[in-house]
Design a protein around this ligand. Structure first.
Ligand SMILES: *[C@@H]1O[C@H](CO)[C@@H](O)[C@H](O)[C@H]1NC(C)=O
Ligand SMILES: *[C@@H]1O[C@H](CO)[C@@H](O)[C@H](O)[C@H]1NC(C)=O
Ligand SMILES: *[C@@H]1O[C@H](CO)[C@@H](O)[C@H](O)[C@H]1NC(C)=O
Length: 269
């Protein structure tokens, strides 16, 4: 049994295979997602999360990060084929008429709305309005119908390092620039960016951040972050395509998509 089978046991429910010809040559390509005419947010260059390359061994990962701090792993997965399946054109053609389940982008209460994927792409995938509440912003992440999206997820190569006694569960999402999920925490996992850039803000479990659960990450960044004293600042970094961020169990985190982004998490539970 391969690694992929561990992550994705119900192969029998997959009714069809997905073929994405023309693998993209470059990880810089935007897959058609950024060409909608709006500027992406400026990126803050600072990064206080360690970055490690593919020379990191499994035992180093377990000793140095798995139970203690986040890390960004570079070049540890090769998802060029999955990326080629996730262009705007390919996903629209394949899933445009499928319903997707959207959640409000706040911390505790999740209102769910079902909408055809193409309507989400055409109508809701716009830059986050600074004044909108997270509890009024609809976000496509998780709640994926694995029967319908299974053939796509089968193309995903998850990070190879697993935690003892856990299996992985995928959550896939696409969201507009300036969108994101405000501070919350849960079990450990990985988040990989397929297109776009995603900025992460993290705090260790014992350091509850100052935030309003219904406000967006964008409004936290603009209204709260600038006034934090240096010792209250989060651990933060921007994750690019080809990179995977690992977050340990119960670490607080908030995310901000700097561009229209396509991303997938592997939750370890
Ligand atoms: C990644 O995989 C693709 C095929 O899916 C292959 O063409 C490419 O050479 C691989 N890249 C690296 C860096 O291994
Ligand atoms: C998932 O998709 C299948 C196939 O279209 C459908 O029969 C099923 O009701 C969907 N499940 C949910 C929870 O929406
Ligand atoms: C957040 O929004 C939800 C849903 O609109 C509401 O029920 C809740 O009271 C709000 N929480 C706070 C702290 O404002």
């Amino acid at each position: 049994m391969g690694l992929r089978d561990l992550f994705f046991p119900p192969l029998t429910i997959l009714k069809y295979f997905l073929v994405c010809s023309g693998v993209l040559g470059s990880l810089e390509s935007d897959g058609g997602w950024l060409t909608s005419g709006h500027a992406s947010l400026l990126e803050e260059d600072s990064c206080t999360v360690e970055r490690r390359d593919a020379s990191l061994t499994y035992s180093q990962f377990i000793e140095q990060y798995a139970f203690s701090r986040p890390v960004i792993l570079q070049g540890i997965t090769n998802n060029t084929e999955f990326q080629a399946c996730c262009t705007k054109e390919k996903l629209s053609a394949r899933f445009g008429d499928h319903l997707v389940r959207l959640s409000t982008a706040n911390t505790y209460s999740y209102r769910k709305v079902d909408l055809p994927f193409q309507d989400y792409v055409d109508q809701l995938l716009e830059p986050q309005d600074r004044a909108s509440l997270g509890s009024e912003t609809l976000y496509f992440f998780g709640d994926n119908n694995f029967t319908e999206w299974g053939p796509l997820f089968q193309k995903y190569r998850p990070p190879p390092f697993r935690l003892p006694g856990t299996t992985g569960a995928y959550s896939f999402g696409i969201a507009g620039s300036g969108s994101g999920v405000p501070f919350h925490w849960h079990g450990p996992g990985y988040s990989e960016v397929i297109f776009g850039r995603k900025r992460w803000f993290l705090y260790p479990p014992e350091k509850t951040p100052e935030f309003h659960p219904n406000k967006t990450t964008l409004s936290w960044l603009l209204d709260t972050y600038p006034f934090l004293p240096p010792w209250e600042r989060p651990v933060e970094c921007t994750v690019h395509p080809g990179e995977v961020l690992y977050f340990p169990d119960r670490w607080w985190h908030a995310t901000l998509n700097l561009d229209t982004s396509v991303f997938i998490s592997t939750f370890l539970g």
